[in-house]
Design a protein around this ligand. Structure first.
Ligand SMILES: NC(=O)c1ccc[n+]([C@@H]2O[C@H](COP(=O)([O-])OP(=O)(O)OC[C@H]3O[C@@H](n4cnc5c(N)ncnc54)[C@H](OP(=O)(O)O)[C@@H]3O)[C@@H](O)[C@H]2O)c1
Length: 290
């Protein structure tokens, strides 16, 4: 029987993971008050007392612009804590599944990024997440690092809910049209994670299975759009009654503290070849909004 420890249960991905992992083991999902990733000793203590066989870590410092003002805190939560979690997992002989981001890249490539492309974060958040990846890899723990992008959900802070709120409040909206990516529903991330965990449970030698599959994978919905295209698709849904006029603008006309990559597209081919399929972003969005 696996014992699955999930961090950040209040987040977009954490919330869905707690639901998707049911039936695959004993699920212990914790919020920030129970395991605070900025308190590295508490992280160690909690893992030592829970003694999980699998740790899934969706908790992160995700306030991208605020991170420019709080680089030390972002680095502790996103960079150091994953290393501590990995060290503790390694000591227990547990597996670690961790999430990372398209923001580890500078977005200058024309094609979707693969796992072997060189990283070059443009902002503090991206640098801190890259540090987390490297800290995990350095421990030699059996792990999956799943890089995703443009996460949305029916709760929390995200582009989908912001657009739906603004649609009700405004008659017109300016939306950036020259940054590209794949909007990814948090449920797609959680269900894919659960699918992978389920596969591991059917392996004859699960330890050998995790060691063989261990590594870095991109996990995003399929297809490509811009923030403007994403906004158009959100507004097209029948549940959005009042539809504002959308105007496409360049990113330079929407200044924010943290620089974002122009191309956020990640190729999920490695995950598709190794584990399972992924939905097109438009299909997942339709399901999420239904
Ligand atoms: N959101 C995106 O667009 C996006 C894109 C690419 C990759 N990712 C990655 O995907 C993963 C999941 O992101 P998400 O969208 O689910 O994030 P989210 O909705 O912002 O949730 C973040 C979670 O982390 C928790 N958290 C923050 N600081 C913490 C701390 N010091 N100790 C413990 N928990 C803490 C939050 O708790 P509170 O509720 O208490 O704040 C929340 O449960 C993260 O690794 C993120 O970097 C996200």
């Amino acid at each position: 029987m696996s014992r699955i420890l999930i961090s950040g249960r209040t987040g977009q991905v954490g919330y869905e993971l707690e639901r998707s992992l049911q039936g695959l083991g004993e699920v212990i999902a914790l919020d920030r008050s129970q395991m605070d990733l900025s308190d590295l000793q508490q992280v160690r203590d909690v893992i030592r007392s829970v003694k999980p066989t699998l740790i899934i870590n969706p908790a992160a410092y995700t306030a991208v612009d605020q991170a420019e003002r709080e680089p030390e805190l972002a680095l502790r939560i996103n960079g150091e804590a994953p290393g501590v979690i990995a060290e503790e997992a390694k000591k227990l002989g547990a597996v670690l599944i961790h999430y990372s981001t398209d923001y580890v890249f500078d977005g200058k490539k024309d094609e979707p990024y693969t796992e072997t492309d060189p990283t070059c974060p443009l902002n503090v958040y991206g640098s801190s997440k890259l540090a987390g990846e490297q800290a995990i890899q350095a421990t030699g723990v059996a792990h999956l690092i799943l890089r995703t992008s443009w996460v949305y959900s029916t709760h929390g802070k995200n582009f989908l809910l912001t657009m739906r709120r603004l649609a009700a409040e405004r008659d017109s909206l300016n939306v950036v049209s020259d940054q590209y990516g794949a909007p990814t529903w948090s449920r797609t991330i959680a269900d894919t994670t659960a699918h992978i965990v389920a596969q591991s449970l059917t392996a004859e030698d699960s330890k050998a299975w995790w060691e063989e599959k261990s590594g870095l994978y991109h996990l995003t919905a399929q297809g490509k759009t811009s923030w403007f295209g994403f906004a158009e698709a959100i507004m097209a849904h029948p549940s959005v009654i009042k539809k504002p006029q959308l105007t496409a603008i360049p990113a330079r006309d929407y200044p924010v503290p943290a620089q974002r990559p122009t191309n956020s597209l990640l190729s999920s081919q490695r995950l598709l070849n190794t584990f399972c399929g992924l939905p097109h972003w438009q299909d997942a969005l339709a399901l999420c909004q239904s």
